[in-house]
Design a binder for this molecule. Structure first.
Ligand code: LLP
Length: 402
């Protein structure tokens, strides 16, 4: 990544997110290439980073979109994702979302409960349309990741067990308004072990074969997302081995592979840059206080997640500190007990691996404006979301003031 953070800070102020679009391109191409032996769709998990320009960049590379709200579906459509490459997932879809999605001709609705299948069937009947259905199977496999981002165990709220899935496919087959189209499983995020993925794809592919035996032929096998990235010193799953493991499980099945990467595509493209406001020492604890905060990047506070931090100055002498923001919460930190150089007012601090689940999880807590987002592509920078203003923040309330 060859980005001049200081120049961007002068041009756009701080804090900001910057994304290296060339990195996104190479991640996309690496994964797409790994699946080259079969028909495949990489449906970008929009929740990872839903900036329109990020989605558009991926669309131009050929990506589809994995969406978890009608809002995400509309973002994808807005920047040209082909409806036949859009999947709509989520454990709690609202009637109005289902209705709207059915009218948009998307590839499939990924259904996560028997009750939801009934809702979709009723709504499709009302609208006199046929709903293309995929069912999210929960294979009860431990993905060996952080419990908050583990989704493939029965104790997690996601998907349905194998027997329920089978009954639901039979319901689809017998319904005039449902078409069994795909099957889905996603066991968790930031995965660094291949075995749990292989095991779950194996379980789900056995179900696909069972269904074929009763004349339910599915066209799409959605392996979910989850591929991990390096935050610290993780050893990653090799993308070719990943694809190979999936292809082996699907041997002999005439089925298109769908994969829903989010973090893998965008995570390491992003850097969050803030500037130092102050240093202080409480007792013998040193604090470096920057202008970015937990409302901008909540992963350390929420998951105790590690993000590599770098102070952009020439001081070589390091000492222990906590790197914190201005928000009124003790949980407002980016790193604790970390060795950083002495800083001066206005020194920049870069927080890496901030392309996924960082801006999208930002809030306006403490009436703080969401920060600017910048893209760098072929050495050129451009703004892709302007910094919010105070007026933006009060826009939905002002008219109701008495
Ligand atoms: N497909 C489904 C059904 C998902 O639930 C997710 C992520 C993905 C695909 C994309 O997963 P990825 O390739 O990005 O691992 N906020 C958390 C991550 C939550 C992931 C939710 N689901 C974090 O900051 O780590």
């Amino acid at each position: 990544m060859n980005i001049d953070f200081k120049e961007l800070a002068n041009k756009y102020q701080t804090p900001y997110y910057v994304y290296d679009f060339d990195h996104i391109t190479s991640q996309y191409e690496e994964l797409k290439g790994a699946f080259k032996a079969r028909k495949s769709i990489l449906a970008y998990a929009v929740k990872a980073n839903s900036n329109l320009s990020v989605i558009k960049h991926l669309v131009e590379l050929g990506a589809g979109a994995d969406c978890v709200s009608i809002g995400e579906v509309k973002r994808a459509l807005k920047v040209g994702v082909a409806p036949y490459k859009i999947i709509f997932s989520g454990v709690g879809k609202i009637d109005s979302e289902i209705k709207e999605a059915l009218g948009l001709g998307i590839l499939m609705i990924n259904v996560e409960s028997a009750a939801e299948l009934d809702r979709v069937e009723n709504i499709a009947k009302e609208l006199e349309v046929i709903a293309r259905i995929s069912i999210r199977v929960n294979p009860n496999i431990d993905p060996q990741t952080h419990p908050y981002i583990s989704t493939g165990l029965h104790e997690n709220k996601f998907g349905v067990d194998i027997d329920t899935a089978k009954r639901m496919y039979i319901q689809c087959k017998n319904s005039k308004n449902l078409e069994p189209t795909g099957i889905h499983c996603h066991i968790g995020s930031q995965l660094t072990q291949l075995e749990p993925i292989r095991e779950s794809v194996k379980i789900v592919s056995d179900l696909v074969r069972n269904l074929a035996a009763i004349k339910i032929d599915l066209s799409f096998f959605d392996v979910g997302g989850g591929l991990g990235i390096v935050y610290n010193d993780e050893k990653l799953i090799d993308t070719n081995e990943y694809a190979q493991a999936i292809l082996e499980c699907l041997f002999g099945l005439d089925i298109t592979i769908v994969c829903e990467p989010g973090r893998f595509l965008v995570g390491n493209s992003g850097v969050f840059v803030s500037k130092v406001l102050y240093e202080k020492v409480n007792g013998n604890k040193r604090f470096v206080i920057v202008d970015g905060a937990m409302n901008d990047l909540i992963r350390p506070a929420l998951y105790d997640a590690y993000h590599k931090v770098e102070v952009l100055n020439d001081n070589k002498e390091l000492s222990d500190c906590n790197l914190v923001g201005p928000v009124c919460e003790s949980g407002d930190f980016f790193a604790k007990n970390i060795n950083l150089p002495q800083t001066q007012h206005n020194d920049l601090v870069a927080i890496y691996s901030a392309g996924a689940y960082c801006f999208t999880m930002a809030s306006n807590y403490n009436t703080r404006n969401k920060v600017a987002e910048i893209a760098v592509e072929n050495g050129q920078d451009r703004l892709i979301r302007r910094r919010e203003t105070f007026e933006d923040l009060i826009a939905h309330e002002e008219e109701f003031l008495k």
